[in-house]
Design a protein around this ligand. Structure first.
Ligand SMILES: Cc1cc2nc3c(=O)[nH]c(=O)nc-3n(C[C@H](O)[C@H](O)[C@H](O)COP(=O)(O)O)c2cc1C
Length: 158
């Protein structure tokens, strides 16, 4: 949804309705090299919890490293993040993005999963994740990291 807002110079401008959505992205190191059954069990657990709280997103795993992007209401994201941070299955969490968002990027994924190559994961984590204000009035702010992740997800073998 878009809203009409009056700007500082009294111009009417289209701005996105930021509603109540937040997104967080981070990278972390697994505390041990995870086997396929261990990854599957983590995913089942996460997806069940996310289904209950309407959290969506994607989890990537490559060679002992995780990257996760998740989105949802402020309350749900905060509880989910707390749960993720306190998990003993990973450590050294580095937050890449923690922002309000206008709309979901992965609305159909309770928690998508893919295994990128090490270099794909590296370029995703090295991207700039903070949103850059768009030059065009009324258009959404964009995060280059998120744009890269969406592009990767479109082409990722699953
Ligand atoms: C890499 C990773 C991703 C996770 N993703 C989610 C998630 O999307 N939603 C959620 O509710 N919990 C998530 N969790 C938390 C787990 O579902 C579970 O609650 C937690 O791992 C339990 O703590 P433990 O690992 O110390 O046993 C995640 C945990 C890890 C390590």
């Amino acid at each position: 949804m878009t809203l009409l807002c009056v700007t500082h110079n009294n111009m009417l401008e289209l701005t996105p309705d930021m509603s109540d959505l937040r997104a967080i992205a981070y990278v972390s190191s697994a505390t041990y090299l995870m086997t396929v059954p261990q990854l599957e069990s983590l995913l089942v657990e996460a997806r069940n919890l996310n289904l209950e709280s309407s959290v969506t997103g994607v989890l990537l795993y490559s060679d002992g490293n995780f990257m996760q992007y998740f989105e949802g209401s402020e309350g749900a994201v905060s509880i989910t993040y707390e749960r993720i941070r306190s998990s003993r299955r990973h450590k050294s969490i580095i937050e890449l993005m923690n922002e309000r968002i206008a709309e979901r990027s992965f609305p159909d994924w309770q928690m998508g999963f893919a295994q990128p190559t090490q270099s794909e994961l590296l370029s995703l984590s090295a991207a700039r994740w903070q949103s850059m204000a768009s030059e065009a009035p009324g258009s959404l702010a964009t995060s280059p990291g998120l744009a890269l992740l969406r592009g990767f997800w479109k082409g990722a073998p699953r």
